[in-house]
Design a protein around this ligand. Structure first.
Ligand code: THU
Length: 130
């Protein structure tokens, strides 16, 4: 399935709202709730670099804080030559909240896209099923 255009539009628009004074590397995200809600995320950096919150975790944590637990898709967008790849910390957070086969679209601002899921992005993950 190609990335839903509304979800891609939100993730791409979010590239304008990042707080990235240190890396100048904007990332946008859009998370689809089970009733069609869209949760936007941006990366939010800090002068204490390790405190930076990635765009996809911002979107996930925003949705969780609003009481949502079930999701139907995630888009992550970067101004990158290839579709952006999520970091390991974010993959572990996705393991916590996403079904293994929920679509995750990795895109860039040039219109490239890859569809994947957390089972592919994090094989053999530590999870809460043990
Ligand atoms: N970043 C994200 O927001 N998501 C990713 O998937 C990769 C990395 C952010 C963190 C930091 O603000 C900047 O990109 C450079 O690493």
């Amino acid at each position: 399935m190609t990335v839903p255009s509304t979800l891609a539009d939100v993730a791409n628009a979010a590239l304008n709202d990042t707080y990235t004074p240190y890396s100048h590397f904007p990332v946008g995200a859009a998370l689809l709730g089970e009733n069609g809600e869209i949760f936007k995320g941006v990366n939010i950096e800090n002068v204490s670099f390790g405190l930076t919150n990635c765009a996809e975790r911002t979107a996930i944590f925003t949705a969780i804080a609003a009481g949502h637990r079930h999701f139907h898709g995630l888009v992550i967008s970067g101004k990158t030559d290839e579709p952006i790849a999520p970091c390991g910390a974010c993959r572990q957070v996705m393991v916590e909240f996403f079904e293994p086969d929920m679509p995750i679209w990795l895109i860039n601002d040039q219109g490239q896209e890859i569809e994947t899921n957390i089972a592919q992005l994090m094989p053999g993950a530590f999870n809460n099923l043990h």
